[in-house]
Design a protein around this ligand. Sequence first.
Ligand SMILES: Cc1cc2nc3c(=O)[nH]c(=O)nc-3n(C[C@H](O)[C@H](O)[C@H](O)COP(=O)(O)OP(=O)(O)OC[C@H]3O[C@@H](n4cnc5c(N)ncnc54)[C@H](O)[C@@H]3O)c2cc1C
Length: 496
Amino acid sequence: MNENSNISNSEQEIFDLIIIGGGTSATFLCLSILKIDPEFKILIIEKSETFPQKIGESVVDMTALFIESLGIQHLLEKHVQKTGVRFLFNETNSSDPSKIAEFASPTFPGLIKGYHLNRSVFDEQMLDEVKGKGVVVFRPATIVAANFIDFNNELEIELEGKTIRVRSKWLVDASGRARYIANKLNWNDQKIELNTGSIMAHFKNIAPVELWDTPKNEHWDTCSVGLRKFSTTHLMRKNSWWWIIRLDDVNTSIGVVFDKNEVQFDEHESYFLELLETDAQLSIITKNAERGPIRHIESVPYVSEKLYSKGIALIGDSGAFLDPLISPGLELIGQQSIWLANLFTNEKQTGIFKESAWKKYNNTFLKAYASRLRIYSVAYNFIHSYDLFTAWLIQGNYVYFSGLVFPSIVFKSKLKNPLRFNLMERIALNFFTWRFTKFQASRESQGRISKTAPNTLTYSDVRVPKSFRFYFVPIQLLLKSLKAYLILELKEIKKA
Ligand SMILES: Cc1cc2nc3c(=O)[nH]c(=O)nc-3n(C[C@H](O)[C@H](O)[C@H](O)COP(=O)(O)OP(=O)(O)OC[C@H]3O[C@@H](n4cnc5c(N)ncnc54)[C@H](O)[C@@H]3O)c2cc1C
């Protein structure tokens, strides 16, 4: 498509690839390409002079494996090692920590090393890293004109008061939620059912854990790679959930994601502050903390109808994002990077555009988004309920670890495969979703909540050990997930 045809052919610099945006999507892709072909000539166009505070701070297991494959461990020393994942449930809004039920998944020493990334710092580090490997970075740069012709993209860029003309066969949109290509070329989004929003801020010096957290956890202290406070902590509430992510000893990221079908407000800032004040736990956590600017994402989920055309590819948030619960953002970006790196380097080597391979990229990731959508669009129905959501998480752990994490450790080639449900898995998911939603509906009609004794705590039993026990963990997780479901059925039969 010819967006603006005023670009002259004179003095054009030609690249193998031009990337719009210099965030994680861009740099993950660059490192994946340069691993295969260190001579690949890439240009990144980044509009900002420095990165503002960013979201996307918790690294899940598949992202951790991908990051390890990039060989950037030296950059991660500046970031906090993630010590596990926790979900805290408080249906009675109690300030008594013993009344707060917990699902805990400590990270054992083993094959996975996750992080909490201070994203503005990490993204700067990554941009320096790719520059060091020969990627040209125009920054701060503005695209002033563009011709999008099949396999011949021409851009006119303003950089330090000069106009520069560049050309490449392929252009990647990594502009995040700005969605440069989708907006410029009017690519449509799919109609999706999920309807969530999010509000967030960074805080300095939140209250010490003794004041608000569940009682000391001996098991965690003996088995985890670090302190509980450096786990990704989720506070599960009716129709919403919060994340608490410590970025270091001083700074903490706190944010909420809510179902917009159930939650309405006039103004996001006062709503956020009201929630912080009225929630028993959050009011203690943030009472004397220094707060940074509040950011609002009015509509969190969207999925483009397509992820490529002839000469243009989308990666990361430029194409789609669904929900940050269980942090799939960077995970999918890592997987897309592997696919795109293979597509670009193959094409450069052979000179042949393989349409079927591009269709596979498109279909694989659109199916991955559709599969995740199945999870998120129902989870908000019972997200606050300790036993329902815990059973749901235990099932999810079985699927995630046995279907993705464990195979990716044994066969490195599996790392590129995103979570997708086949027919049998979709039927199973529909069944469990139907049961859990039904349980929640009957509880609501009878005014019941999850029954929890003081200090209720369930462990995920997820571990990724280096020893032979590794091969038995998926079986253990399967048995645990069946047990959790059967217990729920029995409990509900007794109540009926
Ligand atoms: C509430 C919330 C919480 C999240 N939490 C997590 C989490 O814990 N873990 C996780 O893995 N993921 C998380 N995510 C997802 C994650 O934040 C994103 O998937 C990820 O940051 C996207 O990276 P990106 O590089 O595609 O986009 P960005 O990081 O947004 O980078 C895009 C870059 O493009 C630049 N740009 C934009 N327009 C132009 C232009 N016209 N010209 C040049 N440059 C341009 C921008 O300046 C920016 O630097 C979360 C998402 C949300 C909404």
